[in-house]
Design a protein around this ligand. Structure first.
Ligand code: SF4
Length: 384
């Protein structure tokens, strides 16, 4: 039985072919009708795969539709400015990916679309998974695309042990995926299209072999699945040890002028560079948010800020940081040191500039509230 082969053995060709037939048949009957599957255009597949790395299909679809309507090919995205590129990614987070995709679009429009996994890997920001997914789906190259869904399905189906971040676990999954894609696309009868095979594995992980409460009763791999047959579905794959997120208190100041424009600054470093944000920064241990706002505004922008009334605080998580954000209405009381590099931004401009989630949340909270009288007075005439 396939389920009992040793941890390092090859997948027997006949069993791999049976698995491939069952899985691809299931995929053709149950797959979701998604716009980037109905139209296998390489640019659209690339965009969808990059977006899907950071969000679920349901949340990503409206963003995807808006993005490809605005940028229907790599050339149109390459022509957008760097700011437009990042702004078009608004709501998806991980703006580094938008910047990398923008550079990749430039390469594609100059050199043509690479048709192989190796060629796609050479594009900025394109990792092994995305390269293999695009090469197999758009160009039919028989290469394995291994993402979290695929790792989970293979770990359970073949009983692969060890935490998912361990090199030995990753190596074994990679061996299995490489063997299976060869068998499915060259040794099975009928042979599967490489793109169908990869999507079938991913789709099973997304719809049936889910992280919690997998639907084993409806799974085409059930009869030979190690985790199912040995009652270890909840155990596999083993989770890596999680580091607790770092708690950070962040003070921000909302400065508006008489025309309702908001004073914003641009991040120069960190993964969020290029995004506009409200002035402010992290609080030191024991420091009040109000004091932190004054200190950070001075240190970062040479700006003498006078915090007014506090707005309701809110939570936001960025990568491994759990932020508690303390927004204040504030006014510019003066400048110190080099001139500040802020810009006054009208509310209707906010959709067109790269703006992060914290800025949008703070503005939404402030939307219904008016700045206190002392802030209005201080704001008049202060235009950085
Ligand atoms: S039988 Fe269950 S655990 Fe095994 S592959 Fe199918 S859904 Fe996953």
């Amino acid at each position: 039985m396939l389920g009992n082969f040793s941890a390092s053995a090859s997948v027997p060709r006949r069993d791999g072919a049976r698995l491939a037939r069952a899985l691809v048949r299931w995929f053709h009957e149950h797959r979701r009708r998604l716009p980037f599957r109905e139209d296998p255009d390489p640019w659209r597949i690339l965009v969808s795969e990059v977006m899907l790395q950071q969000t679920r299909v349901e949340a990503m679809l409206p963003r995807y539709r808006g993005f490809v309507a605005r940028f229907p090919d790599a050339g149109s995205f390459a022509e957008a400015s760097a700011d437009e590129a990042v702004a078009s990614w608004s709501g998806l987070g991980y703006y580094r990916r938008a910047r990398a995709l923008h550079r990749a679009a430039g390469e594609i429009s100059r050199q043509g679309f690479p048709r192989t996994e190796a060629g796609l890997r050479a594009l900025p920001g394109i990792g092994p998974y995305t390269a293999a997914a695009v090469a197999s789906i758009a160009f039919g190259e028989p290469v394995a695309a291994v993402d979290g869904n695929v790792r989970r399905v293979l770990a359970r189906r073949f009983g692969v042990e060890g935490p998912t971040d361990r090199a030995s676990f990753r190596r074994r999954i990679r061996e299995l995926a490489d063997q299976l894609v060869r068998i499915a696309t060259q040794g099975a009868d009928p042979a599967a299209a490489p793109g169908d095979w990869n999507q079938a594995l991913m789709e099973l992980g997304a719809l049936v072999c889910t992280p919690a409460a997998p639907r084993c009763a409806g799974c085409p791999l059930r009869g030979r699945c190690v985790a199912f047959l040995e009652g270890r579905v909840a155990e596999l794959p083993e989770r890596p040890e999680r580091r607790a997120p770092v708690a950070v208190r962040l003070a921000t100041g909302l400065v508006r002028d008489r025309r309702g424009r908001v004073l914003l600054f641009r991040r120069r470093r960190s993964p969020m560079r290029g995004l506009y944000e409200l002035p402010g920064g992290p609080c030191r241990v024991g420091e009040t948010p109000r004091k932190a706002l004054t200190r950070e505004a001075r240190a970062r922008y040479g700006l003498v800020l006078s915090p007014g009334s506090a707005l309701p605080s809110f939570r936001h998580t960025v990568m491994d940081q759990r932020l508690t954000v303390y927004p204040f209405f504030a006014a510019v009381a003066g400048e110190r040191g080099p001139p500040v590099r802020g810009r006054w931004t009208a509310p209707d401009e906010l959709d067109r500039i790269p703006a992060g989630a914290i800025l949008k949340k703070a503005l939404a909270i402030a939307g219904s509230e008016s700045p206190p009288v002392d802030c209005r007075a201080l704001m008049s005439g202060n235009t950085p």
